[in-house]
Design a protein. Sequence first.
Length: 217
Amino acid sequence: MSDDQDEKRKATRHDPSRRKFLKGVGVAGAGAAIADHLIGSEKKIVASESNAAPDSVSGTVNLVLNVNGGKRSVTVEPRTTLLNALRNHAEPPVTGPKLVCDMGTCGACTVLMDGKNIYSCLVLAVDAVGKKLTTVEGLGTPENMNAVQSAFVEHDGMMCGFCTPGFVTTISAYLKKNPNPSLAEVREACKGNFCRCGTYPRVFEAALAAAKAGVRT
Ligand code: FES
Ligand code: FES
């Protein structure tokens, strides 16, 4: 292969890294999302060229997120994930969704977006504007837990607890769709959530107990 061909191949080589992906999505989506959703006047988006897809975007944007029924203002870079915005830019922070893999494989960061469970580490904060977000904190409180939260306590459905908010959120959403699931259905519903401590049997027990008790969200 000639030097020229080799250079070309390097320049076009596919880079599947999540950071690159998010950067690309952030840049491509930033125009529409920002135009639709930006509030405030402090936006300073700097693109390298106005008519072409920019190589880089810098600066911050002010967003208002609807989290657990309340409005939360955050100032973030357009590439900031929803998980990062909630945990590190909201005041006070929303720390129920956990940062574990940060690449869409474990489910610890699960939140509900318009009632659907999503990995908040794979959604940009700018794309969550205008959506109804529910984190584990929004499902119930220590004094007034929802049925899934109570069942996790009763059935000891956790060890380290890092995966727990994700499981509770996923199961709470699932039981709204299927209030009377079989064990196999619960296992299937939880396939996007991983527990490294191996607490699965108790998690599934808790889910079935919550179904019996009747979940509310
Ligand atoms: S932290 Fe988002 S899926 Fe693991
Ligand atoms: S309880 Fe530790 S990862 Fe699930």
